[in-house]
Design a binder for this molecule. Structure first.
Ligand SMILES: [Zn+2]
Ligand SMILES: [Zn+2]
Length: 159
């Protein structure tokens, strides 16, 4: 295990278990999310998913990784990296997502954020815990446009 600054606990990846999550920080907003460099999934505590969209730096970094994402091994039971309770499988915008009902964290496997943002302009059906964060993150027209601009920019660079 690595030393963590300021006593930050080491989080294990819920998908690959042996890997630990690496903190990714936005220098402008201070938002810090956790990324697995093995399977390229992301962990969002509390309201962090909604805070991702206004964070230009992290949002484009996440999308760059999303685009060449690996398909994760279909795992068995997944545990919450934060509170260690079992993650529950839920659905939002037709995407299957693991969430923790205890600490309200959200785990997105590689590629799932891209699917969510792409499907967002359509019907808003599914898990409210996830949808509310998408809605508040993409609430303003500016943040929706910024998200789409980043998406197109990243897509353009990968062609
Ligand atoms: Zn992983
Ligand atoms: Zn939890």
């Amino acid at each position: 295990m690595r030393d963590q600054p300021e006593g930050r606990p080491v989080l294990s990846c819920p998908a690959c278990a042996k890997a630990t999550l690496e903190p990714w920080k936005d220098s402008a907003t201070g938002l810090e999310i956790d990324c697995c460099s093995e399977c390229r999934g992301f962990w969002f505590d509390g309201e962090e998913l909604s805070r991702l969209f206004p964070s230009q730096e992290l949002f484009s970094r996440v999308f760059r990784l999303e685009l060449d994402a690996l398909t994760p091994e279909p795992g068995g039971e997944r545990g919450c990296p934060r509170c260690l309770k079992a993650l529950k499988l839920t659905r939002a915008l037709e995407v299957e997502i693991d969430v923790c009902r205890h600490c309200r964290g959200i785990w997105l496997d590689a590629g799932e954020l891209l699917l969510l943002v792409r499907s967002y302009p359509g019907r808003h059906e599914g898990d409210l815990m996830v949808l509310n964060q998408l809605a508040s993150g993409l609430a303003s027209a500016e943040s929706q446009q910024a998200a789409l601009r980043t998406l197109l920019e990243v897509l353009g660079q990968n062609e």
